[in-house]
Each structure stands twice: as structure tokens, then as C-alpha cells.
Design a protein around this ligand. Sequence first.
Ligand code: N01
Length: 582
Amino acid sequence: MTADTRATRAHATEVDTHFDAVVVGAGFAGLYMLHRLRGLGLSARVYEAGGGVGGTWYWNRYPGARCDIESMQYSFSFSEELDQEWNWSEKYAPQPEILAYANHVADRFDLRRDIRFDTRVTAAAFDEHTRRWRIETDRGDKVSSQFCIMAVGCLSAANRPPFEGLETFRGPVYHTGEWPHEGVDFTGLRVGVIGTGSSAIQSIPIIARQASALTVFQRTPNYSVPAWNEALTAEQRDAVKADYPALRAKARARPTGFYFPFNMKPALEATPQERQRQYEEAWQRGGLPFLGAYGDLLFDKAANDTIADFARRKIRDIVRDPATADLLCPDNVFGCKRLCVDTGYFETYNLPHVKLVDVSRTPIERFTPQGIVVNGVEHSLDAVVCATGFAAMTGSFERIRVTGRGGLTLAEKWRAGPRTYLGLATAGFPNLFIIAGPGSPSVLASMIQSIEQHVDWLADCIGHLRDIGAATIEPLGRYEDDWVAHLNEVAQVSLRSTCSSWYVGANIPGRPRVFMPYIGGFPVYVQKCNEVMTNGFEGFAIDGAKATNHAPRVRLTERWRVPLDIEVISPAAIAAKRVPVV
Ligand code: N01
């Protein structure tokens, strides 16, 4: 069903072509942005480095790749027809199906004709005289646009650690995030997997089924909860579709941007027996909602210890070899790193041909032609899979030379960590917009919800600028400073800020340690965005407007307004209310 092949077509190089907007990336963010720009009657060009649409889901084709948010919620909500006509086959959709959905969206809304595939944007520079962006690609395109919209993805720039001797290894080395389209057959091979994050945890059980021997190199063990994935029945789908808008509304009222039942009570108010029962029930439901077993798990270390103990006991129950089980038991805060969701991950270590190698104290020394050396011992391998993750949140921006006012590059501006106002824009870079980037809930909420909310806000913003004939919009420095300070303040309340995760850039040596996504919860964030807009784009400088007394016409943004209820928190109340942010 995957239709990437339809997407790839040669295009004539465009020089001196002018657009109202250029969008970088044709993942879910780029697709929806293009759709909305068209709705505003604007001319737009989308550049996409891949050969087809889908972004993350185009590149991450490793065995076992699937979503960790339930399919019925991990989809666009802007079109009731789209909601009704698409049928997800499983509770958690596999990558090929999500990619097929992205292709369906592209076809249904006739988006491909404005997308240039196999084309990477290399530079974007703001011209202060024309007040337009000049965009260049690796295929020689040189175009200009009033708006430049970065839909570049949060987990798109692969992290490839520079292992010594890597080039001498005689077998293939794959990265989960850049998986060969033709697939890989590991049958009969001795395979090494480096890393034990979500990508590894999903792929290891499947690689183990093919490989003659599997060696996993683990630097930090991870908590993982069973997915209990299953086929969706027509009745289950129909039940959701009978009132899809109600589910969408409930999802928007959640800090995570997706709906699941959670218990607001503090863990330590329950007796040990009650907690055990509660955790067991939540474990049997599985997936990310496990973190919703109690309301304070990410705010109170003592509460968190109780769920961490439960999860470690589960690992020891599953893994028969006590030494391997010990190695697999994390000792950090439960849910501090992105919680993994698996199918048979820990069980895989009971297979006689699967071996776990600890590289926490003695890192991978080097590759040799035959394998990988750790602590003086060579592990013989025919193929290696680097499940080593991404230069998260900012890595995709680093691949483009983005230059704003006064020749300042984004790389220079973000040297000590990304700085944005609401994650939507950054001072000194007029008319540059970011979708689901650092400073917004992005990866801490359901990504497609985050994307849609941003795109709707941006479409209203651009519509307003057009209404008043404005040339530019740009955050004011002090509002950006306040937002960054608020972001950090809120992050400190959560235990999530305490460990070395990619949320803080700590997975890659040398990167600044800053909590990058906004952890205050999706509804709070939405409320703030709506306020900024209805207050006439408070905190933004709008320049060159022909009409100044126009109140913004709030159109698309309106549908994100959710009634405040117990699940919706204000930043000031975050600690007191103890709402889990998955
Ligand atoms: O990457 P990761 P990922 N030597 O950064 C290890 C989303 N996602 O691709 O923890 C040895 O989590 C590294 O070790 P450490 C999801 O948001 C979602 O798995 O840094 N090991 C770690 O174990 C997820 O969080 C889905 O000590 C090295 C691993 O490599 C995010 O993407 C599926 C090393 C990298 O784990 C990233 O997940 C997949 C080195 N030099 C991904 N360098 C779903 O929707 C790194 N590591 C289910």
C-alpha cells in the first residue's frame, strides 16, 4: 500500500521563483501546513529530503517500528471525512500503515504537486532589504518566500557515534532511523545491536527471530511496558467513529494531547497492597498510560520509587538469568527517559542465542573487521544495527544554515540551547516559523495533535498578517526570554529534568544540557497560544502593516479551545495538581 514510489519525480531547478511560503519537510507537519496555506490562497513550495511523504515514518523502517500512541488517536483530526474513511488495522499501527496513511492524506488533499522530493534545503537567509527569505537546496533551487516554515521533525537527525574502527568493519552497519527501503534479512547472521531505547526495544525481538546470534550492547537500561498490541475490530473502530469529535476533545484536554484513563490520586496515599493492585491493572492495560497509574509519579521521587520497583520486579519475573535481569533493570527515575512500549522485549533475553553486553562502565572500545571490542573482548558479528537515536529537537535545524537579522545564524543563537517564543518562532528571525519544535509540547504530547495545533495557529497568524498587509512578524526578545525562563521553571518541577535523556540533549556528548520541550502540558500551552493571538499577537512585533486596528480573526485556532476541567492545569498549579505528563 505504501506509495512512496509515486512521489519521486524529477523537477526542473527553480531559480528566482517566488512563493508566499516555503515549507521545509513533508512529514505530517509539512503536509498539513501545505493544506492550510492552500486554504488561505497562498502559493507554497514544500521541499522534502526523502523520496516520499511521511517524515519520521518514511525513514524509520526498522523491523518492529510502530507507534506508541493508539492508532485511533495518532491521526489528523481536522477532517471528519478523513477520520471516517480511514481504518486502522491494529491498536498500535505499524510503520508501513502510518506511512500509507501519510500517503493517503497527500493524495486525498492533492498535496504532491507542490512538494519537491529528494531535495534537501541547505540554506535559508532573511534578506533585510526585501524582507523575504532566500532558500537554497542541494539541487540548485534558489527561491524566495515571505514565510519560511520549518517542519523538520524533532527526531530526524540520526546520531551516529564516531566509533573507532567503524570503517574497518567488513559487514553492513545500519541505523534504525535511516533503514534501507528494501528491508534487511538477518537470517543466519550474527547481529549486534547498539542501544536500548525505543527503536532497539521494538526491533530486538524481531531481529532475534532471524539472527543466528544477537548481541545487544547496552549503555543504559530502559523501562518498558508491554503494548498488548492487537488487531482492531470493526466494532472497536465504529465505536470511536460514532463520536470521533468527542474523543478528540477529550484528548485535547489532556497534558499529553491524547486520551487515556488516569488516576489523579498520589501513589503514597495508597497502601502497598492497593498500589500493587493498581500497578498490576495498569500493566495489564499496558503502554504509555501505565504512567497514569497515579497522579504524582513524575513529581515525587518517593512515589516514583514505587512504580520503578514494580517495573523492576516485572523484569526479574520475565528474565530467567538473574545476571541479565540485573543488567536490564534501570535505576533511574521511572518515565524520566521516554518510556518504551514493547512486544516481547524482555522475553527475548531468555533465548539462548541472545546476549547482553554492558557498555556502561567500559564503553565500546572499537570496531574491528570481525566485530566489536568491549573491555578487551571481541564480539564476532556479521552485521551491526545502530539504534543510537537522534540529535533530538535541534539536530534537524543544524543541517540547514539558517541566517536571520544581522547575519546571525540560528546555530549561533541556539549555541547554549534553543530559544523560542512558544516554540513557534525565534527573535531575530522574522517570518520564520517552527512546527512542533523546541519550546513547545511537541514530543511530550501526541505529535500529530501538537502539529495540528501549531499549524492552525500559524495559518491564523499568516491569515491575519495578510489581512492587515503586514510584511513581518517576529517575537520580542523579552517575551522570548520570559518563555524560556518559564519553560525551565516548569521543567524543574518534573522529575523528568533529572536524568540524562535526549529531552535535555544529554544523549550526545558536548551538547548543551537544556530541557527542550515544554512540559507544562498541552492544554495549558494551547491556552497560552490562544491568549497571545486574541491579545493581538502579544509578544510579537508586527511590521509594515497597512491597517493596524484589525483584531485578529481567530479561525482555525478556535477549535483548540478546550473547557478547563480537572485534567487541565495552570503552570503555577502544576506541582500541586500533579498531573502526569507522559
Ligand atoms: O533513541 P534513544 P531511539 N554507545 O536515544 C544508546 C521516539 N521513538 O531511536 O541511554 C552505546 O532513545 C543510548 O544509550 P544512553 C521516542 O520518542 C518512538 O531508540 O544514551 N550506546 C540509548 O540506549 C524515542 O524516545 C517510537 O546511555 C549508545 C540508545 O542508543 C525516540 O524516538 C519508536 C551510544 C538510543 O536510544 C528515540 O528513540 C522509536 C554509544 N556511543 C523511537 N550512543 C515509538 O513510537 C547512544 N547509545 C514506539
